[in-house]
Design a protein around this ligand. Sequence first.
Ligand code: NOJ
Length: 739
Amino acid sequence: MTPVRRRNTLCIVITLALGGGVSAILPAQTPAPRRNIDSLLARMTLEEKFGQLNLPSVDNRPSAEQLELLRKGLVGGFLNLTGAAATRETQRVAVTESRLGIPLLLGYDVIHGYRTTFPIPLAEASTWDPAAVEATAHAAAREAAAAGVNWTFAPMVDVARDPRWGRISEGAGEDPYLGSVLAAARVHGFQGADLRAPDAVMATAKHFAAYGGAEGGRDYNTVDVSERTLREIYLPPFRAAVEAGAGSIMTSFNEIAGTPSHANRWLVTALLRGEWKFSGLVVSDWTGVEELRGHGVAGSRADAGKLALETGVDMDMVSRIYVDDLPALVRAGRIPVATVDAAVRRVLAAKAALGLFDDPYHGATVEREQAVLLAPEHRKLAREVAREAIVLLRNEAALLPLTSARHTVAVIGPLADDKSAALGSWPGHGDPRDAITPLEGIRARAGEGTKVVYAKGCGITDSAAAGIADAVALARGADIAVLVLGEAGDMSGEAASRSTLGLPGVQEQLLEAVQGTGTPVVLVVMSGRPLAVAWAAEHVPAIVQAWQLGVETGHALADVLFGDVSPSGKLPVTVPRSVGQVPIYYNHKNTGRPPSAEKYTSKYIDLPVSPLFPFGYGLSYTSFEYKDLKLSAPSITPNGKLRVSVTVTNTGAREGAEVAQLYLHDEVASVTRPVRALAGFQRVPLKAGESRTVDFEVGAKQLGLYDQNMKFTVEPGRVRVFVGGSSVGGLEAEFEVRR
Ligand code: NOJ
């Protein structure tokens, strides 16, 4: 069927349903012109308007009561309704059985995959590969859209400086620049070039804002950050998502300095809509509107609804306050109808942008769904990206890669054969049965001549240590022990904050006992957050940070352990030595008393201030050398551009990829500046012996700062440049900004 015929067919269906009034909402040409939204709005009752702002969640399928509300025009969309058959049937009810036949937004948390589970976002951030991140988002969108979902509540672009916070797993780590690049990549991946395409879903940048700044790393907790920290650290990835065209933004559960985000007019209206010119849809978080009562800024449901709507929160997820309580307030003259209309317009505009007035099913069919979910090309992509996401933290005496001389490999640990943990905290419709565990991957790769033996050793969080003896015996008889330790999938993500950052349960005991056998140990850390494995960093010869790599975990891990590919991941987040160092991040300020041997300086008396592993760090099986750092000019004007170039050479004997990183430091400014701030990066694949010159462009965006009046400006002065393979060390140069 051609697209034109398909549109005509749907016109007929909807025309019948609307009794001939369809021309008002079905444009001959898409996207729907504004007048269509205007005329639709003109025909809506107040209840139908609030219906468009109502976003309930289904429990698998809409209940009979929800379908009745839908028929009455009191539902604007559903979340958690998935599957081509169910979504088509529900859209059919919306377009044929409600008075105005307005199609539904169908939202779902497609966080790191829909059916094919890709690495968790923190792992994907370790690739420093925007193209890879865009590709997985696109594949996830393709699957979700085939299942009738037209809206994802992703990407989560919250900067996280505190690994106690479980949702660190869902974001791109601690850096605003890396976070911005990856936020844009994910938005492009989800939305593609045209939201109407059958493999596109509308993206939601969340949680607006500073959700990751929760005190004590405790989820949903109070945030109290300055406007400077907001603008410099937490907001840039949101801005990047907006600039990339994200269709929606989700407000965050937290308050900032006394104002909950769902009631923060400055944030949602002045900044997001006014300053950034965001014209898309703002959706509340789950019962975020109702929770304004818990925050203590609204005394009743109606007050909470009024506050949120007037703040600029267009859709009310789950609270059901807008649709139930607000029509009376409008009738009483307490909420201007224009405020309601503005929100409704944005919801209708999103539906029009998705092409739902032309095709409410958005191309989803049962056949397409069957063809696309867990498609071989998606699994292939999952494996490729998972390999890139693995970060090699330590490799003494080149213990890795494993060679054929290791005749017996003992695979040990509670995560070695755990299919659920491999999928992480939010696998969507991922099925653990499809996941390849580390043990399965190692067995599949080891081949003839290598014996793979396995012992669990202990549970993930258990206190029972009885299994350790068997694991030790197994390790004694092996040539190498691969210990797969860390966290279960649900130990990170939402409502999964931790107060400690070590290996849970008795896993540390297991590790130390196996290490005590003298058999060389490779520690594979599977976790949704960086773990403070300080003892291991000193005693265990090889450490691999494998995060939660999704459906292809075991294969990707084996690819790296056996050296089929060289590891190339770099940390998107600082790994602390101990939870007591948190928050710890590379782009900190210098203070007036930077740490030194002198007593009265900023440090601890019982722990170094440096991290266990720094941001940007990651080893390879080959080696890289940086040389010939050059600047295109010794000075630039505030609006000028400067080119920084460097030559990277693979000096080892095998192929590998390096992530070249550019950092800047403004030496003297009117406000304090970070000791370093990431200003550019590039993944550079290099054959053995190969060299490549890498160029970075530096301009106002990287050089600017918010002055004391919060005006973004580039100040004159000297800027230090660092280029290298991590946030520590590297080649250095300097240039001057001159008026
Ligand atoms: C609450 C979470 O904070 C948010 O990220 C998610 O999108 C919604 N629930 C909907 O599931």
